[in-house]
Design a protein. Structure first.
Length: 280
């Protein structure tokens, strides 16, 4: 849980900042089962191979949430993403800003920012490969800001029009934040494998397995159903003792779309995620 892990940084835990990305609302609503179905601007933090859009040339989105209702520290998370197809290549960029207002001994603003630039190319008519570079910046009270550069890679392959598989390597470069005293905090690195089945034109089932370094295996299952201009979705995610449930929908009109998801973690307030996008 990102807000708890972020606070652990203050007591010396290495895996605190920049925990696995949750926005925007579409992957949230699928409980993170998104590696094999990533597409357009939604793919920027889930699998860069999805930047190779087959049916569109432009994708823009803005997403926002207050994790766990903001809790007492006014947690907030925002994302802006843009993808443009140039020939057969999809090029995208995004800016993610996660932060909190802290009080007590660490009174002030805590912030995590990621500036990302990625591209995806077709390897053939069924397989796409993507790569993304990330600039990480961490700022928090009583500490000097620190930054690092990292790289992600991904592959998506489609089979028999109904099946797709995906592989996503997060921070394969091992990006590490350095403090003024030279101590290093290695940013999260993970490997995700996903498989998705579209048994009919309007239904989709997706499963993800993710292993983050020195963390329990995460399993996520998502399901969506398309009903005209609306898409309904839901899912469940498990990581050790951590269990979450999600549900959401998409409404589309003339290239515009509105995505909403609600994520439920037992004993915590509900996280409401909103995304507004335009795709053509």
């Amino acid at each position: 849980m990102k807000q708890i892990l972020a606070l652990l940084l203050f007591v010396g835990t290495s895996y605190a900042a920049f925990e696995w990305q949750q926005l925007p609302a579409y992957p949230r609503g699928m409980s993170g089962a998104f590696t094999a179905i990533s597409y357009g601007a939604d793919a920027l933090f889930w699998n860069p191979a999805g930047l190779k859009m087959d049916d569109n040339t432009t994708d823009l989105l803005i997403s926002y949430e207050k994790p766990f209702g903001g809790m007492d520290s006014q947690l907030r998370d925002g994302l802006v993403g843009f993808v443009r197809k140039i020939g057969d290549v999809g090029v995208g960029m995004a800016f993610n800003d996660y932060g909190a207002s802290l009080s007590g001994d660490y009174n002030g603003d805590y912030g995590e920012q990621i500036l990302a630039l990625g591209a995806a190319i077709p390897m053939n008519d069924k397989v796409a490969f993507g790569m993304k570079f990330n600039y990480y910046r961490l700022s928090m009270p009583r500490f000097n800001p620190t930054s690092a550069l990292g790289m992600d890679i991904g592959i998506i392959a489609h089979f028999y029009s109904k099946w797709s598989v995906g592989l996503f390597g997060q921070n394969i470069s091992g990006a590490t934040l350095r403090t003024a005293d030279g101590k290093g905090y290695r940013l999260p690195s993970s490997l995700s494998f996903g498989v998705a089945l579209r048994p009919t034109r309007n239904t989709l089932t997706s499963v993800d397995i993710r292993k983050e370094y020195d963390m329990p295996v995460t399993v996520a299952i998502g399901q969506s159903v398309e009903l005209g201009r609306f898409i309904l979705r839901g899912g469940v995610q498990s990581q050790g003792d951590y269990l979450s449930f999600s549900a959401g929908f998409t409404s589309r009109f003339r290239g515009f779309r509105f995505d909403y998801s609600a994520t439920i973690v037992p004993s915590f307030p509900v996280t409401h995620t909103f995304t507004i996008g335009f795709r053509r």
